[in-house]
Ligand binder design. Structure first.
Ligand code: NAD
Ligand code: ZN
Length: 229
C-alpha cells in the first residue's frame, strides 16, 4: 500500500477559472487579503467581507472541476493507494470531481458558522448581517472559513497522515501560508518523498525532492498515471 498525502492550493483551481492570490502582495480578486480574510477585517467592515465571500461562493458554483481535480478523484480509488487529500481551497471542486473525502483545512464557502455559538450549517448562497443562526437565533453568521490569524481545521489528522506518508505532493500552492507551507519539511523529516507541482518554483521549492513545472491539468494527470500505472 502506497500512502500518499496531497495538499492542494489555489493553483489547482486556476484553470477552472477561479483566481489565485496574485503577486507577493497577496491580492485576491483585487482585494487586499488583510481587508477581506482576517477577523479584524470582519470586525471593521462585516458587509465588505460578507460581500466578498458571497461573490466567491456564487462564482465557485458556476465553474467546473478540471483534469487535475478529476485525476485526484481517480487516485483516491486506485488499487494499492491510500490517499489523504488536504486542500487549502474553499471551493468545492474536489468534491464536484468526485473525490470521496476532502480535508478542508481552511474551511469551505458552502459552510456557515455562528460567531455566537459555533454552530455550523450549510451556507445559503448569500450570508449577511440578517442571517439568523438556526441553533441560537443570533444574527452572527459568517462564512465557515479559516481567516489569517485563526487556527486551521483538522491539524491532528493531517499531521498523522503526513507522519505515515510515502509520498507528499503539493499542487498549486505558493508556500507563503503557514502551517500548510511547513508540511513539506515535516513529511520529508518523517521519510516521505516530496513532489511539488507548480507553474514556477514556490517559496519552499528547495524542500522538495522533485518538481513538476507546468499547468496542473497536465502535470497532475501525468503523475497519477505514473503512480497508478
Ligand atoms: P496562492 O494563490 O498563494 O498560490 C497559488 C500557487 O499556484 C502559485 O504558486 C502559482 O504559481 C500556482 N499556480 C497558479 N496556476 C497554476 C496552475 N494552472 N497549475 C499549477 N500551479 C499553478 O494559493 P495558496 O497557496 O493556496 O494560498 C492562498 C490561500 O487563499 C489559501 O489558504 C486559500 O484558502 C485561499 N484561496 C482559495 C481559493 C480557492 O478556494 N479556489 C482561491 C484563492 C485563495
Ligand atoms: Zn448560534
Amino acid at each position: 500500500m502506497q500512502r500518499i498525502v496531497v495538499l492542494t492550493g489555489a493553483g489547482v483551481s486556476a484553470e477552472s477559472g477561479l483566481s489565485t492570490f496574485r503577486g507577493g502582495g497577496g491580492l485576491w480578486d483585487n482585494h487586499r487579503v488583510e481587508d477581506v480574510a482576517t477577523p479584524e477585517a470582519f470586525a471593521r467592515d462585516p458587509d465588505l467581507v460578507q460581500r466578498f465571500y458571497n461573490e466567491r461562493r456564487a462564482k465557485a458554483r458556476e465553474v467546473q472541476p478540471n483534469a487535475a481535480h478529476t485525476a485526484l478523484a481517480q487516485l483516491a480509488r486506485a488499487d494499492g493507494v491510500h490517499l489523504t487529500l488536504v486542500t487549502q481551497n474553499v471551493d468545492g471542486l474536489h468534491e464536484a470531481a468526485g473525490s470521496p473525502r476532502v480535508i478542508h483545512m481552511h474551511g469551505a464557502l458552502d459552510g456557515a458558522l455562528c460567531a455566537a455559538c459555533d454552530h455550523r450549517w450549510p451556507a445559503p448562497l448569500v450570508i449577511d448581517g440578517s442571517t439568523p443562526c438556526p441553533a441560537c437565533g443570533a444574527k452572527a453568521a459568517r462564512p465557515d472559513i479559516v481567516w489569517f490569524g485563526e487556527v486551521p481545521y483538522h491539524m491532528d489528522e493531517i499531521a498523522e497522515a503526513l507522519g505515515q506518508a510515502d509520498i507528499f505532493a503539493a499542487i498549486g500552492t505558493s508556500g507563503r501560508v503557514y502551517p500548510a507551507a511547513g508540511f513539506v519539511d515535516y513529511a520529508s523529516a518523517q521519510g516521505a518523498t516530496c513532489i511539488e507541482f507548480n507553474l514556477d518554483a514556490s517559496e519552499v521549492a528547495q524542500s522538495f525532492d522533485d518538481h513538476r513545472i507546468g499547468p496542473a491539468t497536465q502535470t497532475v494527470p501525468a503523475w497519477i498515471a505514473e503512480v497508478t500505472g
